[in-house]
Write a protein that binds this ligand. Structure first.
Ligand SMILES: Cc1cc2nc3c(=O)[nH]c(=O)nc-3n(C[C@H](O)[C@H](O)[C@H](O)COP(=O)(O)OP(=O)(O)OC[C@H]3O[C@@H](n4cnc5c(N)ncnc54)[C@H](O)[C@@H]3O)c2cc1C
Length: 388
């Protein structure tokens, strides 16, 4: 199997890089300082076609491959991790569940606006009491007189409260299975539905320009037809969605590592100590060599996983490749930002240099869409180990 990027992918990379350099890079630090979610720029990414890369043409998409989406996330993430996660979540968590599990009516209603980037959708799995243990969801939905009545809360939900968010898919208990376990289903809840409250944006360590909110659902009523996919398959659907999301997050991590490498290469040539550029010192140069190794290795794992998906590899092969890419790329990104900050010395601790922002942004990569511990668990299970 080959996972070399094609000439078309590389041309596409160049066009996304041009956009990111012109339209995002000059403003990223200010958005970060102001905790500002730049709707116009998000919609400009939409006009470039980034939200519709993998969606079918009938909904306005390009019917392209998953590899292209990873390239786009990597390139946007290279200049701004906040905009990278906005794109990643919008496609991987917003569009994907509706595209994969929605019926024709649901797709026709929601997808065109999401695919064009005019609107955003969110994915509400995590709750105050259930994150890694997603099956412990407490949110309930009861079917009464042809409507689902939803009660509960969700937390840390990306793209859920922006001015252009139209809808959130949420998991909820809808009863008990035959063996007495919680039956979990997915419901589509339009923003603005009475009883559906978007809480104030979180004050986060990083990803300041990304939109993240807690959600409360109090007697929220949606029609019975707003069930997404099959009743009782909610958790399985969300977990399948997360396999794609993990590769996409790993692509975001590659962008972060590459940014560290680029910044350090420039700085090591400019900054002098003891009369020579710091790049002359092995102690610095060797650390930058390590960044190059991390960037290349993480990129290979991401595009290998993407190639498994694009090539129609088996579900278990893809699951394993996704977890391996996510684990390695995100942990490397955290290491890379630590190294980059060190290479910049005291300036690396100052917000006027992008490495400081990267340092804050990287940590969450090891947490969102399955923590590093969860990835190790999944990889161990994939190896056949009887791990708990
Ligand atoms: C900025 C941000 C954006 C997010 N966006 C979304 C979103 O859009 N939608 C959404 O649904 N969620 C979202 N999340 C939630 C995210 O997916 C969860 O935070 C993550 O899955 C971890 O869950 P938790 O926070 O409840 O931690 P916990 O599950 O409570 O974990 C706490 C610690 O215990 C460890 N742990 C837990 N179980 C095990 C185990 N079995 N073995 C070993 N270690 C274990 C974890 O690895 C972690 O270190 C977001 C989170 C953040 C921070």
């Amino acid at each position: 199997m080959s996972f070399e990027l094609s000439r078309e992918h590389e041309e596409f990379r160049r066009s996304v890089r041009e956009f990111a350099t012109a339209e995002i890079a000059p403003y990223a630090a200010q958005w970060d300082r102001d905790h500002f979610f730049p709707v116009d720029t998000v919609q400009a990414m939409g006009k470039l076609g980034l939200f519709g890369l993998t969606a079918p043409e009938e909904y306005g998409g390009a019917d392209g491959d998953f590899t292209s989406l990873c390239v786009a996330i990597e390139e946007i993430g290279r200049v701004d991790q906040s905009m990278g996660i906005t794109l990643e979540a919008a496609v991987g968590l917003g569009i994907n569940p509706i595209l994969t599990f929605g019926d024709d009516e649901q797709k026709q209603r929601w997808l065109p606006d999401l695919v064009s980037g005019n609107r955003l959708a969110a994915f509400g799995l995590t709750e105050p009491g259930s994150g890694s243990d997603a099956g412990a969801t407490r949110t309930r939905a009861d079917l009464r007189d042809g409507e689902w009545v939803v009660n509960g809360s969700k937390q840390f939900i990306t793209n859920s409260g922006s001015d252009i968010t139209s809808v959130c898919t949420v998991t909820a208990r809808t009863g008990l299975t035959d063996d007495g376990k919680a039956e979990i289903s997915t419901l589509i809840v339009p923003n603005g539905t009475p009883g559906f409250t978007v809480g104030p944006a979180y004050d986060k360590l990083g990803w300041h320009a990304s939109d993240t909110h807690p959600l409360t659902l109090e007697d929220v009523r949606v029609p019975e037809s707003y069930l997404l996919g099959r009743r009782g398959r909610g958790l399985a659907q969300f977990l399948a969605t997360l396999d794609d999301g993990r590769v996409a997050i790993a692509a975001l991590a590659v962008g972060c590592i590459q940014a560290c490498l680029d910044q350090c290469l420039d700085y090591a040539g400019e900054r002098t100590t003891f009369g020579v550029p710091i790049g002359r010192k092995q102690g610095v140069a060797f650390q930058i060599s390590d960044l190059a190794v991390m960037a290349e290795a993480a990129r290979m794992l991401v595009y290998k996983a993407a190639a498994v998906k694009d090539g129609g590899g088996g579900a278990s092969e893809f699951k394993q490749a996704a977890s391996i890419a996510k684990l390695y790329a995100t942990e490397s990104a955290v290491s890379a930002t630590r190294i980059a900050t060190q290479v910049f010395g005291g300036y690396g601790f100052m917000e006027e240099y992008p490495v400081a922002r990267l340092y804050r942004d990287a940590k969450v990569l090891e947490i969102g869409e399955g923590t590093s511990e969860v990835q190790r668990l999944l990889i161990a299970r994939g190896l056949g180990l009887p791990v708990e």
